[in-house]
Design a protein around this ligand. Structure first.
Ligand code: ADP
Length: 469
């Protein structure tokens, strides 16, 4: 039982490594292919060589048969002719009667003796040629027998036998060479496949390790894989992903700490106000004043919480895009601000060069307008001007400019950051929480639009939104 489990585990381990799987698979494919190829090659070569050799000796035998056919009566002359004509042939040449009696032998020895073998019997049985192979004293011998055709119809024969060790030696050598080549090719295939497999599995292991690190909270983990192929691309994407994760996490932490800080300030002042009321024996007017302050802080707190809820909602909400007319929305929103405008005696002018329709989430677009126009009023000066301008140039655009207090150059890059307020001391008068433009930026990003700001301290500010289709 235990043994089987171990074996199974072993098997699994091997097939868990890409490099080993590749080495095994390609090695096997190469071994099978080369082995098959070699068998076919060796077999074809063998058949070819044997056939060629047989043809050659049958041809010799036929020539001898042709020469011998008129000299069968005279053994002396026949032997002379056979010796003469066998010189070029490496082997024994016999001429036999139909009874197997040797009439001529190029080496004389068999003359007058009787010889028989399977090939002789076959040719006597009217076959046109017969070839056989024998092993004698560990040597390979080939025998070719053909008939001597005479007019009288009686059958005599020519038999040639020759050593063919070279033929089998050749084939054996070829077979050995093929086997060596097969083994070398298989080893090469296994080694190369293993190396290539490692080239894949190495980075995969690195990526797995890095993913585990990320899983364990090390969000800024990077992998060092410099390659131009798909794995390099994967590593690059992985690094970008971890960078993004790290950024998101850092932002989240900063956001939480900022929120806590923002909540702490009004809570601390509320507590201080309440404590001084509890401790002191105050006039009713002091109570009223302090409670008014507490009420103010409470308003700010609920505004802050409302804005925070909007931010969280934004993270979860899906855009519900629909055709929205910029001019119509601007008109409708500016109406909401009439009391505020009156309060500061600000003149708001709307210039809609042409009717422009964008594809937007109406609610979110209104939120953007509200925040930007609200800021223009909040940071605008008494008796000032605000111009809302929309139209279409290269892209549809919306501009909101005021001639208010402006933003200092050093603050300008940060105005879209969460909780960023250009002048923190002004918080009390304006009631700003520094979330408005952050919400605006998020909505703009969600839609794929762009927003920019130009401003000069004490001169005024201009926000420009460019809509993309
Ligand atoms: P807040 O609630 O403080 O207005 P916002 O995110 O809307 O927060 O704006 C961030 C900061 O940018 C503001 O505190 C203010 O300093 C600056 N700001 C925004 N709009 C204007 C403007 N039209 N003129 C001058 N300063 C502006």
């Amino acid at each position: 039982m235990g043994g089987r489990v171990l074996l199974q585990k072993g098997k699994l381990m091997m097939f868990r490594k890409i490099s080993l799987i590749m080495a095994f698979t390609y090695g096997l494919i190469i071994i099978v292919t080369i082995a098959l190829l070699n068998v076919i090659l060796v077999y074809t070569y063998q058949e070819n060589q044997i056939a060629k050799n047989e043809d050659k000796y049958v041809q010799y035998a036929k020539i001898i048969a042709n020469i011998a056919k008129d000299e069968l009566e005279d053994t002396m002359t026949l032997n002379g002719i056979i010796r003469e004509n066998s010189r070029g042939i490496e082997g024994r040449v016999l001429v036999l009667t139909g009874e197997g009696k040797v009439l001529a032998d190029n080496y004389t020895y068999y003359i007058g003796k009787y010889v028989s073998n399977t090939e002789i019997i076959k040719v006597l049985a009217k076959e046109q040629k017969a070839i056989g192979y024998y092993i004698e004293d560990n040597r390979h011998i080939m025998t070719a027998v053909v008939p001597i055709v005479q007019n009288r119809g009686s059958r005599s024969l020519v038999l040639i036998s020759t050593y063919v060790d070279w033929l089998f030696e050749d084939i054996r050598e070829l077979r050995n060479q093929a086997a060596i080549i097969s083994i070398l090719a298989a080893i090469l295939a296994i080694v190369l496949s293993y190396v290539f497999g490692k080239r894949i599995s190495g980075p995969v292991e690195k990526l797995t390790k890095a993913s585990e690190d990320i899983l364990n909270g090390k969000l800024d983990t990077k992998v060092d894989i410099q390659r131009a192929d798909e794995i390099g691309k994967l590593a690059e994407t992985f690094n970008k992903m971890s960078e993004e994760l790290y950024k998101i996490d850092t932002n989240r932490r900063r956001f939480i700490s900022d929120v806590s800080h923002e909540l702490k300030t009004p809570l601390t002042s509320i507590k201080a106000l309440i404590e001084s009321l509890i401790d002191g024996n105050n006039e009713i007017s002091v109570y009223k004043e302090y409670l008014g302050d507490i009420n103010g802080e409470m308003d700010r707190l609920s505004l802050l919480v409302k804005s925070l809820l909007t931010v969280t909602r934004l993270e979860e909400l899906e855009l519900k895009r629909e055709p929205v007319s910029i001019c119509a929305e601007v008109e409708s929103i500016t109406k909401l601000f009439t009391p505020l405008l009156k309060q500061k005696d600000i003149n708001l002018e709307v210039i809609c060069a042409e009717e422009v329709t964008i594809f937007a989430d109406r609610g979110m677009f209104r939120e953007v307008l509200i925040n930007i126009i609200d800021n223009a009023i909040k940071y605008g000066k008494y008796n000032g001007n605000i111009i809302v301008n929309c139209g279409k140039a290269e892209k549809a655009y919306l501009k909101v400019s005021d001639n208010g207090i402006g933003i200092d150059e050093k603050d300008l890059p940060y105005v879209f950051d969460v909780f960023y307020r250009a002048d923190k001391s002004r918080r009390r008068d304006t009631g700003g929480s520094g979330i408005g433009l952050y919400i605006v930026r998020k909505i703009i990003e969600l839609h794929g639009w762009s927003i920019s700001v130009k401003s000069e301290a004490k001169a005024g500010t201009e926000f420009l939104i460019e809509f993309s289709d």
